[in-house]
Structure formats: structure tokens, C-alpha cells
Design a protein around this ligand. Structure first.
Ligand code: F0G
Length: 463
């Protein structure tokens, strides 16, 4: 047999499947009924009515055999659990922060840190908002100000670090309101709402230097920090030969403290972290956690959850793991490109963000193009994505009017170690089908709107 020249070598996941969970197949009629009952909001669908669930990568990851083994050695003592001390050691080792308070998930840590650092009338600059992060800052009395670079608001701009802070925007805010009104600058990486876009180490260093000069603290939403570290390794000069562990540690070194939703990078189903170098802030958080979460050695978690988190932390920095995870998102993006389907570039770390404004240009933003598109994809195939546009952006607390974000997106988020390449192919083909029929699609009308984080529970009707 003649030897064929191999053009490109493929990669595959660095694990094999040991346990499987069956999923239900549904018909179009089943899905029409389910979508209507859910008010055309994918958050309100029953999971059993979903075929491929790309709603979120939060808490939906597959744990490893080592993590599951860890679940069996939970030390469920009320105080001083062995698992807590193991987790604390790993917080020091991987995030480089000496002080740590556990929390049941990311927003619990956001709540504590916002209440501790923010005073009524303060301003919090950030590299684009995240829904829960901004809400906790606002509930603590602050006004959020977006200081991300302009490129981040343009879905087609291929800037490799669209998560960067625009120092000029930051400086403008500081000169307008004064450094005393800014308790901290909030940086997240990769930036979820921008399309999973990372910041560069160079930008982080510049922001850190600026903050130091102005005596403003710098805090880190490190929820998907390992993915940011991976992008720095792949894209930034001088980092190709560093490990993810080294890059993560260097990133964290520029911050006074950080919080993590452990439901992402750490590949667990529940958990959160608040960690800092500041002993005073730590003492306040350690006291606050007993009011809202539980004793400071479990923070709303079981011992077994903390064990799974500690093991997950050791796995999250493995290069091959992250490469396969981001590689799967890239694969999906490259397949979508073949059909000319519009989505945010460059391809993000945790998700593909379909550009609903381009996909459904005939639907006005106040008829919710992204909400509509997420519903249509579900109706076609049972694939569940999430709206990340005007519904997620909510209302301006002062004027009560809709915020009109430039980005009107549907997020297809990939849980870690859960789906195969065939699941991605099915997803892409479904989106292509919806794209072919896009001109017939009509928008939605909102018929129920809760006060906070309306995207979770809002209900819609077809126009
Ligand atoms: N920060 C970021 C960047 C997040 O993506 C999330 C959650 C949180 C904080 C809050 O953490 O959910 O554990 O309370 N993001 C999920 C998502 C919900 O689907 O992107 P949490």
C-alpha cells in the first residue's frame, strides 16, 4: 500500500471515558411545547428536554477519577476539615495567595468582597462587566464603569488580547472622580461577556503599575484564569516556554486578591474561592463568611467538595487538558466558519459567541435577537445556548431603561471533558440549518421581567 503524505496531525483529548450519562432525544413537537412552557428562555427549560447542553461551562464539567475518589474521603467535621487545609495549601501553591476563605460559589465571594471594599458612591472600573460581579458591586453602592479597550466591543476585530484594559479610559475616570472614590480596579480574564477574550501580561503589568502610582487596589476575577494563562503562553512574546502554572502565578502576583468560581477552571460541580495577600481584608472576609456561608473552614461546602476542588486545581494547570478544552471550542468555530455563520473573533476560551445582530439583522434589539436565536437553535435540535445581549445587560439602575450593549450574542459554552467531536458536528449542522431559514424568524416580546438578573427568569412570547 502506498504511503499517503500526512498533511496535519490531529490531537485528541488526554483522557478516556469511564462513566456515561444517557441523554434523551426529543422531537420538534416536544421542543415546541417545552420552549413555550419555558417562556422562550433557555434558562427555564428542564434539563431532560435538552439534547446537547451548551448553556454554561459552570458546574457542568466531568470530574476525573481522582476527583471522584476524593469525594469519598471528605472530612465532614464542622470545624477544621482536613480537606480545607489541603485546599488552602493548593490556593497558596497555584494562585500564590497566602490567605483564603472558601465560598459555595463565585458570586458568594463577589458578595463578600464587594461589601468589604466598596462604600456608597464609589466607582468600580472593570474590563467589561460580568452579570453577577457588576450586580454585587452595585448592591454595595458602586457604579460600574467599563474600561475595556474598544476592540472588545467589535465582534470582528481580531485583536489577540481583547480583554485588555484601556489605560486612557481608566485614567479619565480617575481624573473625573478621584482615586479615593475607586476602591479597586476589577480585572477578569478571559473576559466572559467579550467572548472569552484574554488580557495580556503586558497590559496587566501596565494596569498594575498605574494602580500602584494612584494607590488604587487591583482585584482579579480569576474564574477562568488558567485559560487566560494558556492564551498568554500561545500568543504573547516571551511566554512560550513557561508553564501554565508559572504564568498563572505571575498573573496573580500583580493583584491584591482574587475570587474564583471553582465551577469552571477547577472542573467541579460547586465551589468558590476568595483569596488575598491582605491580612486585614482576609480577617473581614473570614468573619463575614460565617454570617452568609458557614464556618470559615467550609464556607457553604461539604468537605468532599473541597477535596474535589483541591484535586481539580492540580488538573486545571495541565497544559494538555486546557489545550484539548480550548481546541474543542476552536474546532466548533472552524466548522461554523465553513458555513459563513457570524460569531465573535478570535475564537474564545470557553465558548463560541454567535453574533445575533449579524445573524438576524431584521430583528431590532428591543425584540431580543439573541434571545430569539437561542430559542430557535433549541427548537431545531435541542441544543441549548444562552442569551448574552440586551436581556443579560439589564436596565440602567438610574434611568430604568434597557441598556443597549453593542454585543448581542448567543453563547455556546463547552463544559469541560463532557462532549465529543460528534456532538459539536451535530450542533454546527443545527445552527447552519437555522441560518438557512433565518429570514423567516421573528423576534420576541418580554412578558415577565424580574428585578435582578432578568435573563435567568424572564419570560417571552413570540411576536
Ligand atoms: N465571574 C465570572 C467571570 C463568571 O463567569 C461567573 C459565572 C461568576 C463570576 C460567578 O460565579 O456562577 O459560581 O456564582 N459564570 C457562569 C456562566 C454563571 O455561565 O458564565 P458563580
Amino acid at each position: 500500500m502506498a504511503k499517503k503524505k500526512i498533511l496535519k496531525r490531529s490531537w485528541a483529548e488526554p483522557f478516556k471515558i469511564k462513566v456515561v450519562e444517557p441523554i434523551k432525544m426529543t422531537t420538534r413537537a416536544d421542543r415546541e411545547k417545552a420552549a413555550k412552557e419555558a417562556g422562550y428562555n433557555t434558562f427555564l427549560l428542564k434539563s431532560e428536554d435538552v439534547y446537547i447542553d451548551l448553556l454554561t461551562d459552570s458546574g457542568t464539567n466531568a470530574m476525573s477519577d481522582r476527583q471522584w475518589a476524593g469525594m469519598m474521603i471528605g472530612d465532614e467535621a464542622y470545624a477544621g476539615s482536613r480537606n480545607f487545609y489541603y485546599l488552602w495549601d493548593n490556593v497558596k501553591k497555584f494562585y500564590g495567595m497566602p490567605y483564603f476563605v472558601p465560598a459555595h460559589q463565585g458570586r458568594a465571594a463577589e458578595h463578600m468582597i464587594s461589601q468589604i471594599l466598596i462604600k456608597q458612591g464609589d466607582y468600580i472600573p472593570g474590563n467589561m462587566y460580568f452579570t453577577t460581579t457588576r450586580l454585587h458591586q452595585e448592591l454595595a453602592g458602586a457604579t460600574f464603569v467599563d474600561v475595556i479597550i474598544d476592540e472588545a466591543h467589535d465582534p470582528l476585530n481580531e485583536h489577540p488580547f481583547k480583554g485588555n484594559v484601556d489605560i486612557k479610559k481608566l485614567d479619565k475616570l480617575v481624573s473625573e472622580v478621584g482615586a479615593k472614590k475607586i476602591p479597586y480596579v476589577c480585572m477578569a480574564g478571559p473576559v466572559n461577556m467579550a467572548g472569552g477574550q484574554p488580557f495580556s501580561m503586558k497590559n496587566l503589568k501596565e494596569v498594575a503599575q498605574y494602580c500602584k502610582q494612584k494607590k488604587i487596589k487591583l482585584w482579579f476575577d480569576a474564574t477562568r484564569a488558567c485559560e487566560n494563562a494558556y492564551f498568554i503562553k500561545e500568543r504573547e512574546k516571551g511566554y512560550a516556554n513557561k508553564t501554565v502554572t508559572q504564568i498563572l502565578k505571575e498573573m496573580c502576583s500583580y493583584f491584591e486578591g482574587l475570587w474564583v468560581s471553582a465551577k469552571k477552571d477547577l472542573m467541579v460541580n460547586i465551589g468558590g474561592i476568595l483569596a488575598t495577600k491582605n491580612k486585614k481584608v482576609f480577617e473581614q472576609a473570614r468573619n463575614m463568611v460565617v454570617v452568609y456561608e458557614g464556618l470559615h473552614t467550609y464556607g457553604g461546602l461539604a468537605g468532599r467538595d473541597m477535596e474535589a476542588m483541591a484535586v481539580g486545581m492540580e488538573e486545571m494547570v495541565e497544559y494538555d487538558n486546557i489545550k484539548a478544552r480550548i481546541g474543542q471550542v476552536e474546532y466548533c468555530g472552524h466548522q461554523l466558519e465553513k458555513y459563513g455563520i457570524p460569531f465573535v473573533k478570535p475564537i474564545g476560551g470557553h465558548a463560541i459567541f454567535l453574533d445575533a445582530k449579524k445573524f438576524l439583522p431584521h430583528i431590532k434589539q428591543d425584540q431580543f435577537p439573541a434571545q430569539t436565536l437561542a430559542a430557535e437553535i433549541y427548537l431545531d435540535s435541542g441544543v441549548r445556548g444562552m442569551e448574552r445581549g440586551i436581556v443579560s445587560a439589564g436596565r440602567d439602575p438610574e434611568t430604568g431603561k434597557h441598556r443597549y450593549p453593542k454585543l448581542e450574542l448567543v453563547r455556546l459554552t463547552f463544559p469541560r471533558r463532557v462532549y465529543t467531536q460528534a456532538h459539536i458536528d451535530v450542533t454546527v449542522e443545527s445552527i447552519a440549518e437555522v441560518y438557512d431559514n433565518r429570514k423567516k424568524i421573528k423576534g420576541l416580546k418580554m412578558i415577565y421581567e424580574p428585578k435582578y438578573l432578568r435573563f435567568f427568569q424572564g419570560r417571552f412570547e413570540r411576536i
